[in-house]
Design a protein around this ligand. Structure first.
Ligand SMILES: [Zn+2]
Length: 244
């Protein structure tokens, strides 16, 4: 009798809990990726590589294989460290949303050129190639988020210009909606090796200015990095939702 009472009480409790658990479980496993492949490149690496490579397929102009990157003027954090931290968070979020994620790097001590990074995305058949960077300029006043995309006249990758511009707008808007940072929109650029070598929709996301004390300090915290990665993932969702 006593056992039966406990069982009945437990059943009642389960019946109350179930609908709540059902809703949150559905939200937690909301699959927006549908198996789409996203390649993430955490910009830079522990040490730059000043050896050169053509800026695009067949180009005579060359640039360094990987620049050293900027650093936080207040925190001293290297751009390569910041981009990797956000990239790993973005990988986890996108994976949980049902995307297949390919990482150009998951550690600092690598040596992968910008052209090679684009080829990783190409070879993976990525539906989107997200290149994470942060800005650095002389003035500490400059702040905000912007994304780089190729023009329709790009001699190497014009066929991905429109999709790359749409992807760029989506991720800038997604990040700014999540963090409240200044939205500096999309800038067109045909000089970036990692864009020019890409055959899949690509964006370089400049997540903020490491030379701005406020943005540098914000971007150094785990919570803010999670916020940025969540916003970028929301932007990727929005891109695929509109690109159907
Ligand atoms: Zn960079």
């Amino acid at each position: 009798m006593r056992f039966k009472k406990i069982t009945a009480a437990l059943l009642a409790a389960i019946m109350i809990v179930l609908p709540v658990t059902g809703v949150s479980a559905a939200e937690a496993t909301a699959v927006t990726g549908n198996g789409k492949i996203v390649c993430i490149d955490a910009g830079h690496q522990l040490r730059g590589n000043s050896a050169t490579e053509p800026i695009g397929p067949g180009a005579t102009a060359v640039k360094a294989k990987v620049a050293g990157g900027t650093h936080g003027t207040t925190t001293g954090i290297a751009e390569s460290e910041l981009t990797l931290a956000v990239a790993l968070k973005l990988q986890a979020i996108l994976t949980s949303r049902g995307y297949t994620v390919v990482m150009c790097r998951t550690s600092q001590d690598v040596n992968i050129s910008n052209a090679e990074r684009a080829q990783i995305a190409n070879n993976a058949g990525a539906n989107a190639f997200i290149r994470l960077h942060a800005n650095g300029v002389a003035s500490p006043a400059a702040s905000g988020v912007l994304a780089l995309a190729p023009t329709a006249a790009n001699p190497y990758c014009a066929k991905i210009a429109a999709s790359s511009q749409a992807l760029s707008a989506a991720v800038v808007n997604g990040q700014c909606a999540a963090t409240g940072q200044k939205n500096s929109g999309v800038q067109l650029n045909d000089t970036m090796s990692g864009i020019n070598w890409s055959q899949v929709p690509v964006t370089i996301l400049e997540m903020g200015f490491m030379t701005n004390p406020t943005e540098d300090l914000n971007m150094s915290t785990d919570n803010y990095r999670t916020l940025m990665a969540t916003g970028i993932a929301n932007g990727i969702d929005a891109y695929f939702a509109s690109a159907k």
